[in-house]
Design a binder for this molecule. Sequence first.
Ligand SMILES: *Cc1c(COP(=O)(O)O)cnc(C)c1O
Length: 389
Amino acid sequence: MDTRKIPFARPELDDDLRAAVLKVLSGTTLVHGPATHEFETKFAERAGVAHAITVSSCTAGLHLGLFVHDIGPGDSVAVPAITHVATAHAAEFCGAKPLFVDVEPDTGNMDAAALTEAVQTRPNVRAVTVVHFLGLPCDMAAINAAAAKAGAFVMEDCAIAIDATYAGRKAGGLGLLGCFSFYPTKHMTTIEGGMVTTDDDGLAMKIRARRAFGYDKMLGERSRPGIYDVNALGYNYRMNEVEATVGLSQLRHLDGWQVKRAQNYVALRNALLEIDELAVFAPAKGQAKSSHFCLNIVLPKDGTVSRDAVIDQLQAAGIGTSVHYPKALPLMKYYQAKYGYRVGQFPNAEWLGEQSISLPVGPHIVEEDIRYMAAHVKQAVYQARSSRA
Ligand SMILES: *Cc1c(COP(=O)(O)O)cnc(C)c1O
């Protein structure tokens, strides 16, 4: 087999997008403009929610979601024990404590039973941030019920779950609010950027105001220029017109990209199922259907196959991989040092952190790449196992 070059992710940027950006840069409206407004309207329609609010990143959105609820010292926010660090950092920004909850081993999603158990150890859980792991929605019926019982609201980290569904409803409308990411490696990009979605009118108003200093009147609402008041503390977490223009252009292609992702996911998964040593994540479970961010394979718990050896071999074959995520979050240095977590407290999250490898299924992946990746994964797993024995 000739060596191929397969990046893990590749932003799809075309001439239409570049032309649209140049048009923005030829004008003078760089923030607070029509592109941001149109992007919010189109996104809300797509997600099937009443409100979509642009923000500067998913991290900013997660922070705002807690901040506008006045979450602070003395409060806890339940988060999955394996996720992007932003999910837990958002609680730390507010001076609150993350309450790590172990995940289901077959999906990486927060385990609703573990959540029910965890909230019993802390009386002060005010929010539950779930992450639709690699795009597969959590068991929201069970999560929402557990959160309601604890008196907490549910925020969805939808960073890599755009268009994923649960019981026919899109991610971002499955809890009180949802936060999306448009970082370059995600399903679509605005370079940096994010979106907050909600059906709650009052919450949407608060998030709008407090992503922009807490102004009582936005730029277009001021009858006299420069005259406004500030009735709450707020950040500058706005998206600009160039980013929103990039997002609008990306949205026009998203349907096609999503079809390709779904096809690539199924084809690659089917080709890998015969490898006994691997657990391969499914694209659906119960009422949940994935947005197919990437395909996770997980090596045996007993360590008989070395992950480093497999990654090295795939890399040598030109196959870009990633890891979601490189450690259970409570064992990352910052959290470990601050709260004293020990190995063995989050067995499922720890296994995924140590033994999973993410393979690409994005729209840049073609059929020949799938055959090539499947053949090399088989070979790498076989060699990593025999070199260990
Ligand atoms: C990428 C990602 C984030 C962070 O998104 P930014 O837009 O870069 O802030 C948060 N959570 C998850 C699950 C992610 O994958």
